[in-house]
Design a protein around this ligand. Structure first.
Ligand code: SAH
Ligand code: SF4
Ligand code: F3S
Length: 479
């Protein structure tokens, strides 16, 4: 019989992870145990680990699972790199800057490497492979995300005197299932439903770093959702690079929308989010499901990348501007307002002023609630790297600033219209100095608010908006 445990930070010893992107200060760390009766291959008497993570939510969640693998095998969580026996650097290689950071960080660890296992995991590990040993000989483990299930054997090999181990297989059919997941966010639990990516966008390293698409059996997803609800979670975020390409490999053969509805029906789960949706697999049924299922959050992240059909073609995104806008029209026709956010790349090779202008006008045409914009970065093994007509860095930066400026105006206008409205907020932060609480609406907007109450962390409260800023709302609790 599988049971669930809710473990607080005290019983897990010390925080063992530095997570850069989300910055959720863990006041409670929940470890949720999938199968505590599984045979424990404990090989680490009194040893400890530390994981430092960069990258997207998938990387952040991988770190939670890798931490679980170590805990399940008797390791304890170290508070600092200096005191850890195993130090893992969970890397991202989506843009050149992220990749450069890895080697400068590894350089800084050189002096601390003695007597430790230093490992590089994640997307740059997969991309650079053996070369990492050349550039940083104090590293003894290199492992990409598609090989994480082999981590215990790899560490055991090193502990038995092995010098270097690598896990770089990409052709696996399997997904990464763990006995324990050591969760860093006490309120929002990540659940992977699909790994890898079968698209081949011409600028992107992900298909090379995470391998082909593999969906998890629906029962594994649903039982994880039930365990999370038992452990006290009310919000789940389903993850995948193309989350809406999900296809249940089990005999139930659920589609993405059916899975969404079943996760939303798990008792105790009040909010279900999902990211990232690919426009090509975005169907009207997703909007219908959100419209008819209160637990499905009214927010869709739908990366467009460019507003120019010509550039979308060169990017191999498989849709045109008009096809994308048609999908947006389904979202806008929903009965409840659904917020839409996106990713945009500026300065793709050959992007003319006119192409760029189309990205800017698309912002107005859609009315996004948030845009993550990036300057194009040429990446190894991608088609775009060999394309002519590179845009100079200074021009890319100029375009980025123009786009961000326009989006800021749009957000000011949109948020101003919300003054006077009331939102349900799941409280995740207390700003003691400002005497404010903060949390997210189901549409994923940040709401800062005042309240006469104390200890609101983890509560759902109603907040009335009194003031709007471009990136957040300000209000007061409705008592
Ligand atoms: N799977 C998601 C995107 C994952 S990567 C999707 O298909 O939309 C996250 C974002 O990084 C992308 O949406 C894109 O905007 C950006 N990105 C990816 N490769 C990039 C590159 N070479 N240069 C700049 N930005 C890039
Ligand atoms: Fe990269 Fe495209 Fe796959 Fe997204 S869909 S991960 S951008 S290849
Ligand atoms: Fe980075 Fe890999 Fe995610 S390249 S964005 S960590 S999938």
């Amino acid at each position: 019989m599988s049971k669930s445990f809710d473990i607080t930070i005290e019983s897990l010893a010390l925080p063992s992870a530095k997570v850069t992107p989300e910055g959720c200060g863990p006041e409670i760390i929940r470890a949720e145990i999938a199968n505590p009766d599984a045979e424990s291959l404990s090989f680490a008497a009194n040893k400890s680990f530390f994981i430092e993570t960069f990258g997207c939510q998938m990387n952040v969640h991988d770190a939670e699972k890798v931490a679980g693998v170590f805990l399940a095998r008797g390791y304890r969580a170290a508070q600092t790199i200096a005191e850890a026996d195993v130090v893992l650097y969970n890397t991202c290689s989506i843009r050149e800057k992220a990749a450069q950071k890895v080697f400068s960080r590894l350089g800084a660890w050189r002096g601390m490497a003695d007597g430790k296992i230093i490992g590089v995991i994640g997307c740059l590990a997969q991309q650079e492979g053996e070369d990492i040993f050349e550039r940083a000989p104090w590293v003894s483990l290199v492992c990409g995300s598609a090989s994480y299930r082999k981590l215990p054997q790899m560490v055991a090999e090193l502990e038995a005197g092995g010098r270097r181990v690598m896990g770089l297989d990409l052709d696996t059919e399997e997904t990464f299932e763990t006995e324990i997941t050591r969760r860093d966010n006490p309120l929002r639990a990540y659940v992977t439903i699909i790994e890898g990516c079968d698209y081949s966008c011409s600028y992107c390293v992900v298909p090379h770093t995470r391998g082909p698409e593999r969906s998890r059996p629906s029962e594994a997803v649903l039982s994880e959702a039930r365990r999370l609800a038992d452990a006290g979670y009310t919000e789940i975020q389903l993850l995948g690079q193309t989350v809406n390409s999900y296809r249940d490999p089990s005999s139930r053969q659920l589609g993405f929308v059916e899975l969404l509805r079943e996760v939303a029906a798990v008792e105790g789960i009040r909010r279900v989010r999902f990211t990232t949706s690919h426009p090509n697999d975005f169907h009207r049924e997703i909007v219908e499901a959100i419209d008819s299922t209160p637990a499905l959050c009214d927010h869709i992240h739908l990366p467009v990348q460019s507003g120019s059909s010509r550039i979308l073609g060169a990017m191999r995104r498989t849709y045109t501007r008009d096809e994308y806008l048609e999908k947006i029209s389904w979202i806008r026709a929903a009965r409840r307002p659904i917020s839409v956010t996106t990713d945009v790349i500026v300065g793709f090779p050959g992007e003319t002023d006119k192409d760029f202008e189309e990205s800017v006008t698309l912002l107005d045409a859609v009315g996004y609630d948030g845009v993550y914009a990036f300057t194009y970065s040429p990446r190894p093994n991608t088609l775009a790297k060999t394309m002519p007509d590179a845009i100079p860095e200074a021009e890319k930066s100029r375009r980025l600033a123009v786009l961000q400026d326009r989006q800021r105006q749009i957000q000011i206008e949109r948020n101003n219209k919300l003054v006077g409205a009331t939102f349900e907020v799941l409280v995740d932060t207390h700003h003691a100095a400002r005497a404010q609480w903060a949390g997210r609406s189901t549409s994923n907007l940040i709401v800062n608010f005042t309240s006469p109450h104390q200890n609101l962390l983890g509560e759902y409260v109603q907040a009335r908006i009194t003031r709007a800023a471009p990136f957040s709302l300000v209000g007061e609790q409705v008592i």
